[in-house]
Design a protein around this ligand. Sequence first.
Ligand SMILES: [Zn+2]
Length: 195
Amino acid sequence: MGGYGSGRRWDAKSTVEETNRIDIRWLKKQGCLRPGYAGTISWSCNGSTTGTIGARMAGDNFILNYNHRGRDGEWVPAEQTIRLSRSECHFGGHRLWFECPWCHKRVAVLCGAGKYFLCRHCYGLNFASQHESEVDRMLRRARKIRKQLEADMNMMEPIVFKPKWMRWRMFERLRREAEHANSLSWAIAGQRWGQ
Ligand SMILES: [Zn+2]
């Protein structure tokens, strides 16, 4: 991200669930919403950087530059313009909001779960497990169970055969868990827009 100003870091306490979120209150506190601001925003988890994007102010727009991993796994540069809107406060002054680029609702937080930064409603992100890492975790869990059950490793194939040595109750429990993990991973992945 050459050419940008000093790096800005998220609070070191940011959890994995907060990765790739931008919070307008945090941006304001960091001075990223000043006219003419240009810099980078980084996320970190346990001390290591998990993502960096370029950001700049242009009038009432907050512009993000980042690389996004496309369908074929290649990184492609992307730019997204987010409109900022103001609401008057009761006691004077105003508050800034993002205007979600998809539903145009005023929101304080945008999530970059897929190609674009959108509000959590647009991504259907209503619980903490909406992340890439969560999809991977679900698939890993499903794969592990399939291995344990000596089942076909193709996730699209139903699990039908019980290993001889396993009790039926155990088999049923694991089968249900694998199928649940698999369908949940698809549900989460499918809710992402632009992928
Ligand atoms: Zn939205």
